[in-house]
Design a protein around this ligand. Structure first.
Ligand SMILES: Nc1ncnc2c1ncn2[C@@H]1O[C@H](COP(=O)(O)OP(=O)(O)OP(=O)(O)O)[C@@H](O)[C@H]1O
Length: 358
């Protein structure tokens, strides 16, 4: 279904498998997600839940043993000055993606700035590369814009920095440069994969503030992939919680933090380290995710779910709607399910968080 115009990205029924020596692993199993223009979405979930694979599919950079087995990824973007087009990214060739999408309409910021920067090229050359490739900018024009970008990301003495090599900058500065490079071609969607994990805590919040600030100035849409629910609370408008290759709960950030409905989300929130309202030992969700070489029977979270119902072991739950914006895939939301509340300790944490906010 072609999405409405204000939707920049719409992932519909996406399925992805990897061919491995053990067989075909179904790592994304019917994923649905969308993002409105100018908004920020955080995709959260344990390691291996499929966050990076989803983003790689958006960017057309799945590894060679991966294949998309179904679905669409609609992306609405500017073409020329006036025209706006909606395209299914999965229908474009690698060449088309490289030429007109990657780095141009969608840009990415990775966890470790050193892996995205070229150690043998000056910052200036790296900043100008995309503009010259995608927009055929002449050198002086690209140079001017590069200076502006460095100023935008809060780098002082930009003329001097243009001549520097990555190793001459601190970790926080490098990540600012990576963000500047990502913004060089005026993308409409910025994807940040754990953008602050490699940085120390004070620099982390500065980088998050910076991205927020840029978003205010440019109206760009942002997707964060993160383990860190603290980051989510600071930056996101919407949250999608992934488990075993599916979105199991999605909603406004406040809905996910203050009114979570899926037992997996309860587990993630209970395991969040930086809520300082308890000095109990940190909770971890018991067990481990399913092996996706085999199709899970029933709800894939059931074996780890202390609140699982009999039906969970037999039938996969559909997405139940809670509000216009909030959905969760758990049988607990079925009208005939027993009325179960979130764990008391989590409820106490949430009450405290709400008090702190007030
Ligand atoms: N090239 C590949 N071949 C086989 N399996 C793969 C390949 N790439 C990813 N996977 C598997 O796909 C699943 C999803 O991986 P993905 O990297 O998307 O997880 P993630 O949620 O981003 O985790 P993390 O937070 O650790 O980055 C994992 O089980 C992973 O092992």
């Amino acid at each position: 279904m072609i999405p409405e115009k204000q939707t920049i990205l719409s992932i519909q029924d996406l399925s992805i498998s990897f061919l491995t020596s053990a067989g075909e692993v179904h790592v994304i199993r019917g994923m649905n997600l969308s993002l409105q223009k100018g908004k920020t979405l955080a995709i959260v979930g344990e390691s291996g839940s499929g966050k990076s694979v989803t983003v790689k599919a958006i960017m057309g950079i799945l590894s060679s043993n991966g294949k998309v087995t179904g679905g669409n990824i609609y992306f609405t973007h500017q073409q020329g000055k006036e025209e706006e087009v909606t395209e299914d990214l999965l229908k474009l060739s690698k060449k088309e993606i490289r030429k007109s999408i990657n780095g141009k309409r969608i840009a990415m910021v990775f966890q470790d700035p050193m892996t995205s920067l070229n150690p043998t090229m000056t910052i200036g050359a790296q900043l100008m590369e995309g503009m010259r490739y995608h927009y055929k900018y002449k050198k002086p024009q690209a140079y001017e814009k590069a200076l502006k970008l460095l100023a935008l990301v809060g780098i002082t003495a930009p003329e001097k920095r243009m001549k520097n090599y990555p190793h001459q900058l601190s970790g926080g500065m490098r990540q600012r440069v990576v963000i500047a490079i990502a913004l060089a071609c005026d993308p409409e969607l910025l994807i940040c994969d754990e953008p602050t994990t490699a940085l120390d805590v004070t620099i982390q919040s500065k980088i998050l503030e910076l991205i927020k600030d840029i978003q205010k100035k440019t109206g760009i849409s942002v997707i964060y992939i993160t383990h860190d629910l603290g980051v989510v609370a600071k930056v996101a408008d919407y949250v999608a919680v992934m488990y075993a290759g599916k979105v199991v709960e999605k909603g406004l950030t406040d809905e996910i933090f203050y009114d979570p409905r899926h037992p997996y989300t309860w587990g993630l929130l209970s395991a969040m380290p930086d809520i300082d309202c308890t000095d109990d030992k940190l909770y971890t969700i018991p067990g481990s995710p399913p092996n996706l070489l085999y199709k899970p029977v029933g709800d894939s979270f059931a074996p780890r779910n202390q609140y699982a119902l009999t039906i969970d072991l037999k039938q996969e739950p559909p997405m139940f709607q809670i509000t216009d914006t909030h959905y969760a895939a758990t049988w607990l939301l079925h009208e005939k399910a027993p009325k179960l509340d979130m764990p008391t300790t989590l409820k106490q944490r949430i009450t405290l968080m709400l008090k702190e906010e007030a």
